[in-house]
Design a protein around this ligand. Structure first.
Ligand code: ADP
Ligand code: MG
Length: 248
């Protein structure tokens, strides 16, 4: 049996609040290589908390999380950060593109930040989301532009590489963000409401890309509250008050 990409066992996450919040309640989940999983659930049910745990942006209060066979809950911060950069690409509702940089430069920045540090280029990330977008794998800088161009070809934007982001449609902006997420050749693409800012035509363009990536063997986990999006996945799980249940 090959190792699953994700193996969660009895994962809980509690927040100190008054009263305390159990945002994840003994979640057990297995995601195999090439799976396309949708996580659905109402607002406040624990979806972002789960994504933060899966993305190694947050630690569970208890339970086990193995990523590509590595137990992550006992890793030190540095090792977790490296594992995240090597294995996980993030896609969020907002695209986090720099407006004064071209499309290809935005994609290249996935590696620049890692190798030179983000701080000279822009303000310190203020959220886990911002931190995640600048955390693609730190490979040698050599060939960075070529890798960015290849990633843009892969998402169907080979004809837009020199554009400014504000000249792109919403779907094209999100596909640029997906190209950036693919730069580190992640084994897992984690998406939090990736079509939340898109109309139905642009949503379709992103969903079409997910289908293609899945056809290439990518593992996709997509958080969404849109049925149009969740029904495209191969598998669905629902989270309610932190409890995760597999849909039939
Ligand atoms: P969703 O993404 O499904 O809308 P969240 O994962 O953001 O839900 O939140 C799940 C629950 O945990 C909510 O009740 C929320 O208020 C609570 N929560 C999330 N983050 C924190 C935090 N840092 N401190 C306290 N409570 C939190
Ligand atoms: Mg959320």
């Amino acid at each position: 049996m090959p190792e699953p990409v994700i193996s969660l066992a009895e994962v809980s996450r509690e927040f100190d609040a008054e009263p305390p919040v159990r945002a994840l309640d003994r979640v057990t989940l297995r995601v195999d290589r090439g799976d396309y999983l949708a996580i659905i659930g109402p607002s406040g049910s624990g979806k972002s908390t789960l994504l933060n745990v899966l993305g190694l942006l947050d630690r569970p209060s208890s339970g086990s999380y193995r990523l590509d066979g590595t137990e992550t809950t006992t890793l030190r911060d540095g090792a977790r950060t490296r594992l995240r950069g090597d294995r996980i690409g993030f896609v969020f509702q907002s695209f986090h593109l720099l407006s004064h940089r071209s499309v290809v430069e935005n994609v290249m920045l996935a590696e620049t930040y890692r190798s030179r540090g983000a701080r000279r280029e822009r303000a310190k990330p203020t959220s886990s989301e911002a931190a995640a977008t600048i955390n693609a794998a730190g490979q040698a800088r050599k060939g960075r532009r070529e890798r960015a161009l290849a990633a843009l070809e892969r998402v169907g934007l080979g004809h837009r590489t020199g554009f400014a982001p504000d000249r792109l449609s919403g779907g094209e902006r999100q596909r640029t963000a997906i190209a950036r997420a693919l730069m580190g050749e992640p084994s897992l693409l984690l998406c939090d409401e990736p079509t939340g800012n898109l109309d139905s035509r642009n949503t379709e363009s992103v969903l079409g890309l997910f289908d293609e990536l899945r056809g290439q063997g990518m593992t996709l986990v997509v958080i969404t509250h849109e049925q149009e999006v969740s029904k495209r996945a191969g598998r669905r799980v629902r989270i309610t008050d932190g409890v995760l249940v597999e849909e039939e």
